[in-house]
Design a protein around this ligand. Structure first.
Ligand SMILES: [Zn+2]
Length: 74
């Protein structure tokens, strides 16, 4: 089940600035001339660091994670 954000300060459910760190493993394929092509990028995990409401600029404890309900449920 997925989660979404909710701003408890203004009730916003749809607009957020999210700062995240994404860890990936990728195949860096260089030509003899040194030109890089990145292939087979695989995501190892994403860490959400900071979420800020786009409407009222609240962040930190004002932003809650709530389960996504409705569409998509079996
Ligand atoms: Zn807000």
């Amino acid at each position: 089940m997925g989660v979404r954000f909710r701003c408890s300060a203004c009730g916003n459910l749809t607009r957020f600035d999210v700062v995240a760190t994404r860890r990936t493993r990728a195949f860096h394929h260089y030509t003899v001339a040194g030109e890089l092509t990145i292939e087979e990028e695989e995501e190892l995990g994403t860490t959400i660091e900071e979420v800020t409401c786009r409407w009222c600029n609240a962040g930190g404890a004002a932003i809650e994670e709530v389960p996504v309900s409705g569409a998509g449920d079996p």
